[in-house]
Design a protein around this ligand. Structure first.
Ligand SMILES: [Zn+2]
Ligand SMILES: [Zn+2]
Length: 338
């Protein structure tokens, strides 16, 4: 089979590799759709990329089971269409038991190696797709699960004001989940085409970042948004978010800072205005299941987020497209069923 291999800084090649074989409790999956994630780009551009052996990135995938190994493979069948969860959680540790499996103390990070024709995974990491959920849609289950994890911790009474800062692929997922939860959704971004996409995906109002403070105050009777979700990992953007939140509101920091950043926070905002600061990272297995249901029932539509499709042979171009922030989401797709 063909597989992408990251050799070092900005050096991604497609090479011939042995076909994967299913071991005990495992399945081989022929990959149909594989999303390029900003974390893939960080690996690709890292100066340290050359310091490890060549490896295959890609963790947002969906495909078809083509082989099952021996042992317990549940009710999975060859030919099943599946989404793949790279996070192997134990279900027994302190964090898993208290419902925070995103911090599983025995986490196995399965190297899905999704930019390839096929991969092998334990069957426990696979979820069968409902009819009507395409491979392309299912490849969004992982980032959407991260979004669901954030929302699980955010109070959102009906019709309260939610501000989503940043209308990239993640911001547009937040926009749709907030809308599905009954929020009144405002989205800000620098790019007009992204704001247009936000409107088409359910945002009630949009504003350019340059005048977002005036716009948000104007749209919220001078109070600010009850929930502010910051999808941009830039300290100045995060600082500005604290000027956009209402009293008794909450700010969710959804994006990490790369390189590591610091913000100046006026402690009187959380204190006198009783603003909650909430972060979120990764997801628990139920978030992954919820993400697939949101896709299945049409509460989240990812088709408009897919701006570029590349064959595996052009995976380096897919990475460059994402690195240069052209369009929204780039997918590497196989020929045949989408
Ligand atoms: Zn990802
Ligand atoms: Zn655990």
């Amino acid at each position: 089979m063909k597989s992408a291999l990251l050799y070092g800084h900005n050096d991604l090649r497609v090479e011939e590799r042995p076909d994967p074989k299913a071991g005990e409790g495992q399945a081989v999956i022929r990959i149909h759709a594989s999303g390029v994630c900003p974390s893939d780009i960080r690996s690709y551009t890292a100066a340290t990329a050359a310091k490890r052996d060549p490896w295959t990135p890609g963790h947002e995938i969906a495909g078809v089971v083509t082989e099952l190994g021996s042992g317990d493979t549940g009710d999975l069948q060859v030919g099943d269409r599946v989404a793949v969860d790279w996070r192997g959680v134990c279900g027994r540790c302190h964090q898993c038991v208290r419902g925070a499996a995103n911090f599983c103390e025995n986490l196995v990070k399965y190297p899905i190696a999704g930019f390839a024709d096929a991969t092998v995974m334990p069957v426990a990491q696979l979820t069968r797709l409902a009819d009507g959920v395409s491979f392309e849609a299912a490849s969004f289950a992982e980032p959407l699960a991260c979004v669901v994890n954030a929302h699980r911790a955010l109070p959102l009474p009906l019709a309260e004001n939610v501000l989503v800062v940043g209308a990239g692929p993640i911001g547009l997922l937040h926009t749709q989940v907030a809308r599905a939860r009954g929020g009144r959704v405002i989205v800000t971004d620098m790019k007009a085409d992204r704001l247009k996409a936000a409107r088409e995906l359910g945002a009630h109002d949009v504003a350019e970042v340059a005048n977002q403070r005036e716009a948000v105050l104007d749209l919220t009777d001078g109070r600010g948004a009850d929930i502010v979700i910051v999808t941009v990992g830039i300290p100045a953007v995060i600082e500005a978010a604290f000027g956009l939140v209402a009293k008794n509101g909450a700010v969710n920091l959804f994006a990490g800072t790369h390189p590591k950043g610091a913000i100046a926070l006026n402690p009187d905002v959380p204190h006198y205005d009783q603003v909650a600061i909430n972060g979120s990272h990764d997801f628990i297995p139920n978030d992954f299941a919820t993400a697939l249901r949101l896709l299945r029932f049409g509460q989240v539509d990812v088709a408009p987020l897919i701006s570029h499709r590349f064959p595996l042979a052009a995976v380096a171009e897919a990475f460059e497209t994402t690195r240069q922030q052209r369009g929204l989401k780039s997918l590497v797709v196989a020929e045949g069923e989408k």
